[in-house]
Ligand binder design. Structure first.
Ligand code: UD2
Length: 314
């Protein structure tokens, strides 16, 4: 049994990682400042080792990593438009806190840090799918911050011998993704709007594409990355390898929800990437990763979850 720390473990992806680790009988600690995460996401683990604190404070990071073997660093302000609006706050959460986690992990003798990178680092590449060997081209403060922190990870591996792996996430979705903010992930916003009979907004012409990835696939990729020896120091895409447009996404959700509502259209968002699709051959080769939940099945599970949670609230 190993000791894991999930930073941002009360958030959407972090809480799914926590569930799986608990299910496997591992020891888990969560640190979260509850800025976007919620205690409710961990209600199924009443005895969980939970630290409420902000990793931008080095002392919080040091306390959190004490006695830890593996750090799964998920804590972030994960939003392109929020970073465009307030780059300083988002830099503090995405870069400064990440540096604190790395310093604390190095000093505490952590075995490995697995970092939640982002597909946004690629920006608009001339070709698809996007492979890790392509030069990064961040288009927003968020994208740059995620890239800086992943480069810090690689630097810590080279300079101090701290094992790190960056998993680049591609538009992750699933149960517990919070639809309550305008900065929320688009699938959560579309489902919650259509379930309420409201019209969702599509930014731009709706022809932009994304490799939407169901959360269970990401959990699998991240947990594999903890233990594969040759993965240390690497950056690895974890996604499905497909892509669909926002218009197609809207149609899919509309059909699943059974709503008869048309979308509104608004200006394209500043810092938005046009197309995103992952090359997952490195994850296959290095991690033995294979996406196990297809986009369509994941979307159905997600719609079911939102419906069930609406019933609970009502
Ligand atoms: C970026 C990253 C993703 C992850 C995420 C964290 C890319 C390609 N992806 O996701 O890997 O790090 O940031 O937040 O950079 N949209 C609408 N209507 C809405 C909301 C969004 O049309 O109500 C559009 C939005 O303009 C974008 C797409 O939907 O084209 C996806 O937006 P998102 O906020 O869900 O995620 P994105 O792509 O910024």
């Amino acid at each position: 049994m190993a000791q894991y720390l999930v930073t941002g473990g009360a958030g959407f992806i972090g809480s799914h990682l926590t569930d799986e680790l608990v299910r496997r009988g591992e020891q888990v600690r969560v640190v979260d400042n509850l800025s976007t995460g919620k205690r409710q996401n961990l209600a199924q683990h009443p005895n969980l080792d939970f630290i409420e604190g902000d990793l931008a404070d080095l002392q919080v990071a040091r306390r959190a990593v004490t006695g830890v073997d593996y750090v799964l660093h998920q804590a972030a302000i994960p939003s392109v438009p929020r970073s465009v609006l307030d780059p300083i706050a988002s830099n503090r959460a995405n870069v400064e806190a990440s540096l604190n986690v790395l310093v604390a992990a190095r000093d505490a003798g952590v075995k490995r840090v697995v970092y939640a990178g982002s597909s946004s680092a690629y920006g608009n590449t001339p070709t698809l799918p996007k492979a890790e060997s392509m030069a990064p081209a961040p288009l927003s403060p968020y994208a740059l911050q995620k890239l800086v922190a992943e480069q810090y990870c690689q630097l810590f591996t080279r300079l101090y011998g701290l094992e790190t792996v960056t998993i680049r996430y591609f538009n992750v979705f699933g149960p517990r993704q919070d639809p309550s903010s305008p900065y929320s992930g688009v699938i959560s916003l579309f489902i919650s709007a259509l379930c309420d009979g409201r019209a969702p907004t599509i930014f731009g012409d709706g022809e932009q594409t994304r490799d939407f990835t169901y959360v269970a696939n990401v959990v699998d990729g991240v947990l594999r990355a903890c233990h594969v020896k040759d993965a240390s120091g690497e950056v690895i895409n974890v996604a499905t390898g497909g892509r669909i447009s926002l218009k197609e996404l809207f149609e899919n959700v509309r059909q699943l929800v059974g709503a008869n509502v048309d979308p509104l259209y608004a200006e394209v968002r500043a810092g938005d990437v046009k197309d995103s699709q992952a090359d997952i051959s490195k994850a296959r080769r290095l991690l033995g990763y294979e996406p196990t939940v297809r986009f369509e099945d994941g979307l159905q599970k997600t719609v079911d979850w939102y419906r069930a949670s609406q019933l609970t609230v009502a």
